[in-house]
Design a protein around this ligand. Structure first.
Ligand SMILES: [Zn+2]
Length: 317
């Protein structure tokens, strides 16, 4: 086991680099028995490699807290996704039973209440997931002086911010006369902009988690996370596009002289693709949720280890 960890350290950090785990200061030219001139952390602690259990304890503890909040939020979102899938079927089933068995229909407000409560749950879940993401994607202090602005971690945070900015921005677009006069344009603007930012944030967060998985180290978890990222990268955009095509088709007047494909056929095809991709996303989300829980357990364990190994007093004679 110790040998395995050692080989990970070598592959993860270049031997010519030595950064302080607390502040990122370049420690290469300094004697290893001294402390970081910037923050006073013993250099010996920064020599242990890139493993999370050997990193800044405060930062790893924040990862563990963030992952708990993220798992909590994603669980809420998953419940909503399952309900969004189940309610139409449940509605048809119950409607059928009531209409033929009892001779009356379920009042429509029952469904309105159901949809509103699931909408509320989804918003709560999304807010918790965002907070969790914000905590999990905080910068490793060791990277503070060397991280690229296009790292997964930075991209994830910027895309999340952009996603929340797109909500009011889409409503501002309603002020444009062209958008106001054709109401079908608004959902296209809204879901394309929010959906694009969401996809980027999701894929970049998974990319960042994959980087952290290598520092747990858990290479199976890392490859599963990268597989999830590759799946969501195309599945979410396809879902959004197939959801938007039928309303867009109904908004455009039929082409004179006959189109290549009849709009009715095209919307049935997009409807089928939508259902298949939505089912795939539901399954993929359950897999991702299971992995997110594995990260939570691993981060908690690393946080405990980082706290015990890195808070040891420096070796002084
Ligand atoms: Zn330092």
């Amino acid at each position: 086991m110790p040998d395995m960890e050692k080989s990970d350290q070598v592959s993860l950090s270049s031997p010519t680099e030595l950064r302080c785990i607390t502040c990122g200061y370049d420690l290469r030219s300094l004697p290893t028995e001294e402390s970081c001139p910037e923050c006073g952390t013993p250099i010996e602690l920064s020599l242990r490699g890139d493993l999370l259990s050997q990193s800044d304890p405060a930062w790893v503890a924040r990862l563990a807290r963030g992952q708990s909040v993220l798992v909590f939020g994603v669980r809420f979102c998953l419940i909503c996704m399952v309900c969004a899938f189940a309610i139409p079927f449940l509605g048809f089933g119950l409607g059928f039973v009531f209409a033929f068995g009892f001779g009356f229909n379920i009042p429509s407000w029952v469904f309105s209440v159901l949809f509103l409560s699931f909408g509320g749950t989804l918003i709560v879940g999304a807010l918790f997931a965002t907070l969790g993401c914000a905590l999990v994607t905080t910068q490793d202090p060791r990277d503070s002086l060397r991280e690229s602005s296009s790292s997964n971690r930075n991209v994830a945070r910027q895309a999340l911010l952009a996603m929340y900015a797109c909500v009011p921005a889409s409503f501002v677009a309603l002020l444009i006369p062209f958008v106001r006069t054709s109401p079908q344009i608004f959902p296209v603007i809204f879901f394309l902009s929010v959906g694009t930012c969401f996809t980027v944030a999701l894929v970049a967060t998974l990319g960042w988690l994959a980087v952290l998985a290598a520092r747990i180290p858990d290479h199976d978890l890392r490859s599963r996370t990268m597989k999830s990222a590759r799946f969501f990268r195309w599945a979410v955009p396809v879902l959004i596009l197939t959801a938007l095509i039928p309303p867009m088709l109904s908004a455009t007047p039929p082409a004179a002289g006959g189109a290549l494909i009849r709009p009715g056929v095209l919307s049935s095809v997009t409807g089928c693709v939508f259902l298949v991709v939505a089912a795939g996303i539901l399954i993929g989300s359950f897999r991702m949720y299971k992995d997110l829980r594995t990260y939570r357990t691993a981060f908690r364990k690393c946080a405990t280890e980082a706290n015990t190994t890195n808070s040891e007093p420096p070796l002084t004679d």
